[in-house]
Design a binder for this molecule. Structure first.
Ligand SMILES: [Zn+2]
Ligand SMILES: [Zn+2]
Length: 280
């Protein structure tokens, strides 16, 4: 005979409304969407009790609290599993989730690094490396990052990296979009990869990107392989320029592979390199 306590039924998370299957006997559960715990089948109406006490309404401290809560819930986003790439929707308040495809744990936290930090990070949240922060982790993977402090390890962002610091950057940086801020003055020792990179400050180093923009008063020194480069009036670029059809996939962004060199050299138009481009 089947044990009835092993039957599974739908339970709804009281925090975010996410529905998941739970054992009937389960006393508590963790929501797979927002990561908060709840009692799936409590309070159970007790049939023996004639007069049931009214449960107090859920505590809502203030209009502000309710408003904040509302916005947190609204900020749901689609995230991808690190292991199997399956996508799922998570609510803004969640700090972790479990992949519905492969059951892998997915970190959704934001990290603010204000001192030395060397553990590796793999989150769908954001990373803020503050001015006093020193990030020595060999691998940091996150959604977006703001770099104001010392970055020594490798950094990959699914979305945007904003560099707002000066000095040497020893690790590899790759992202969909990279912004070298107006006050930044950096020297990258490893090749920087992005779909688009916008230089508003000063940078030296090698770039592989689809699209490179050197804004006015900005300077870029180093070799560039790109599909397109724009040097605005008053901007400065010096180095080798290879214009080629390059496709950057997520895997390439992560693994720092060599570009398909022959293809790029073939489409390399004559006279493009080396030639400093003081656009004035
Ligand atoms: Zn939930
Ligand atoms: Zn998965």
């Amino acid at each position: 005979m089947a044990n009835p306590s092993l039957a599974k039924v739908n339970a709804e998370c009281p925090h975010c409304g996410f529905k998941q299957k739970e054992y009937v006997a389960a006393k508590s559960s963790i929501c797979r969407q927002c990561g908060r715990s709840f009692s799936p089948f409590a309070p159970k109406p007790d049939l023996k009790l004639r007069t049931r006490e009214e449960a107090p309404p859920p505590e809502r401290h203030s209009i502000f609290g309710r408003f904040e809560d509302f916005w947190k819930r609204q900020r749901s986003s689609i995230i991808e599993c690190f292991e199997c790439n399956r996508k799922q929707q998570v609510c803004g308040a969640a700090t972790s989730t479990i992949c519905p495809g492969c059951s892998a744990h997915i970190d959704l936290r934001d990290y603010k690094i204000t001192s030395g930090f060397s553990r590796s990070i793999r989150t769908r949240g954001n990373v803020h490396l503050t001015g006093k922060g020193d990030l020595g982790s060999s691998s940091v993977v996150c959604r977006s990052a703001l770099v104001e402090g010392r970055l020594r390890g490798n950094l990959h962002c699914d979305d945007t990296v904003t560099i707002h610091c000066s000095g040497k950057i020893l690790g590899r940086i790759s992202a969909r979009h990279i912004i070298i801020d107006r006050k930044a003055d950096i020297h990258c020792f490893c090749r920087v990869r992005a779909q688009s990179i916008e230089i508003k400050g000063r940078m030296s180093g090698e770039i592989i990107a689809q699209m490179v923009t050197v804004q006015k008063k900005a300077s870029l020194q180093g070799d560039v392989t790109a599909k397109a480069i724009t040097v605005e009036k008053g901007g400065m670029f010096s180095g080798q320029l290879v214009i080629g059809q390059i496709s950057i996939t997520q895997g390439e962004l992560l693994e720092d592979q060599e570009p398909a060199g022959t293809n790029i050299l073939e489409s390399h138009f004559p006279g493009a390199a080396p030639r400093p481009l003081p656009a004035t």
